[in-house]
Write a protein that binds this ligand. Sequence first.
Ligand code: S3P
Length: 444
Amino acid sequence: MSETLHAGAAATVLPARDVRGIVRIPGDKSISHRYAMLAAIAEGTSRFHNFSAALDCASTLDCMAKLGSKWKRETNKSEADDLVGEVIEVHGLGRRLQAPIQTLDCGNSGSTMRMLSGILAGQPFSSDLCGDESLSRRPMERIITPLSQMGATISSKEGGRPPLTIRGGSLKGIHYKPEVASAQVKSCLLFAGLFADGETVIEEPIRTRDHGEIALRAFGAEVDRAGNVSRIRGGQRLSGIEAHVPGDLSSAAFFLCAAALFPGSQITLPGILMNPTRARLLDILMQMGLKISVSHLEEHHGELVGSIEARGVAWKGGKISGADTAALIDEIPVLAAIAAYSKEGLEVRDAEELRVKESDRIAAVATNLRKMGAEIEELPDGMRIPGGQRLRGAELESYGDHRIAMAFAVAALKAEGETVIHGADAAAVSYPNFFEELRAITST
Ligand code: S3P
């Protein structure tokens, strides 16, 4: 397996006999984005330990710098306190950012573009936002419509695609019911709501991750949440915080799925995010046959954190639909990539959103699995993968999508023969050291 992956690099993954060891997972990407954005509009200095190493979060920091937010990065070398990754110090500007001279490049990051748009809608200047090829194909209507109702003027390419130009100004609170269940949309509107007159209410069709609400409270705002309804009053001021970002459960999922493949495997993942709106993954993994125990539960700035021990026994598979699909949306690619090895297979439904992620993840999973010799039925909103199949190593594509690159690195561990993943460097979008860490826990 290659160690340092350069742009366009391929990774070779060999079949493994077992996975075993401790993995220290970098800070959660969803929380890191929100902390970086809120720190910039807070008063005073914020410090974040174990800030995500993801390229996506670097895109957010880059955009915040272009908006006048001064931040610096230090590498945390302390082994003693189990902290890995970086400490980021951000000097807050208060509610008012500086008009950007350059276009805000969000790279591959939908989270950056969608959530930052909420803050920009409340600023008395115009901003241009762009992204890479993948982000330029992704739907932004879901934020353009409500932000326009609040009073921002936003132009986009046809069909609501990036690049965007946002002319911010005075906003008014709205009561909005998004059609798609999206935490990015909810956070975008909560952030805009901070700058709006009156109250902004978001009523979601299905409950999504609540890092936006929790982060806003950590920075001192009052945010109300009851069931699927979140509300924020405009005009509130934020204060900087010092926080430790919990390990990203969506990154941990790749190692948990690797353990699931090998009876007798054992992995330990300290300091992982256990937020109930994300941790449904652990219930599903247990239902599907992984033995999991969680210890050292703590709360950091409203986010639950714990250590995971997982043991592989026998992988059963199952069905994911409805609210579970929304809760597991980022983990479905890896669950699908290993499904053919399960006893019962896997059915995924209600997952249309997977088609508009960094790649069309339903098509990407189906194409790669077929290349490995698997049988798979692709559905408009999901897929059916029969269990009990044997896969062979093959030449696969990441389709420039980090989660596809990592999902198939895991699937390759149990295939017959070597697998080459082209464009494996995409993993850095959320997890730059992924291939190194995977190699460290596998025995071939
Ligand atoms: C995220 C929400 C989800 C998820 C994405 C991160 C967030 O996207 O897929 O990786 O941090 O809020 P949607 O809001 O589009 O569902």
